[in-house]
Ligand binder design. Sequence first.
Ligand SMILES: [Zn+2]
Length: 298
Amino acid sequence: MKSVLVCITSFFLWSCSDGNLPLEKSLLEADIGALVKSTLSVESDSVNICQEIAFESLVKDTIRLANGLQLSKVNEQYVCGDILLSDKQVELLAKKNVSRGVSISELSQIWQDKVVYFVFASNVSLEDQNIIYDAMYEWESACNILFRVGQGSGDYIEFIIGNGSYSNLGRIGGKQTLSLSIAGWNKGTVMHELGHALGMLHEHQHPMRDNYIIVNERNIQIPARDQFDIWPYGYASSKFDFDSIMMYGSYAYSRNNQPTMTKKDGTTWTANRSYITFNDQLVVMNLYGHYLPPGPIG
Ligand SMILES: [Zn+2]
């Protein structure tokens, strides 16, 4: 199993011109034009966490939507951390006052008949494939989701070993890429990225997160600040789950070894990349139409 303790990446940001943005000016505005150089390092609170970020070695633009939400953009691709977003998804995110029920289904397109088709790129070894299969099995066991080799009716995931660990949010139509970083990844990385591919967002960006955690902005590496915004839409559970497979750890993207997030009482937590929680199950099953009521099964 592959793992990495430290990933060092030079990461530059600069302002982008409006002419480069496909969305209307009313939706987007250029961010402050400061050139920033920083160093991204793996979360320091757990050796089991590999860096989950897209295109880790590439220069990114920081953009701010009209409603204040920050995203990154690289090679015409919108990104928030390790989540790739389509232009349509960014347009939805940029809208204010979208009803929550509509935005969940529109933002995260689910997989038809609860079957996720996939193929492996040529640089994914048999050993890598076995780890990926193990991660798929975790989701299949937890939720009524199936993963099948092939291209299905044309919507499918291609697994690659690439420049960062990342995934699209839900099914975007046609081929989409799920990358596992050449710098290091493990089964927990795959479980997390598959969560995004199924339509899940980061737990620490949940609309209710401020009721449970304190975000320490001054401790966050500047290029990573867009990953700590609250996302106003797209959550299929009203609960907040510290153990979610989609939750960052307290020290994620710290620039000074101080926690970027704490609980209300000041204590910290470690990110879980080992198992899918009951609330993770609820989120996916709510998205895919198999609501699982709280409490013991059977
Ligand atoms: Zn993620």
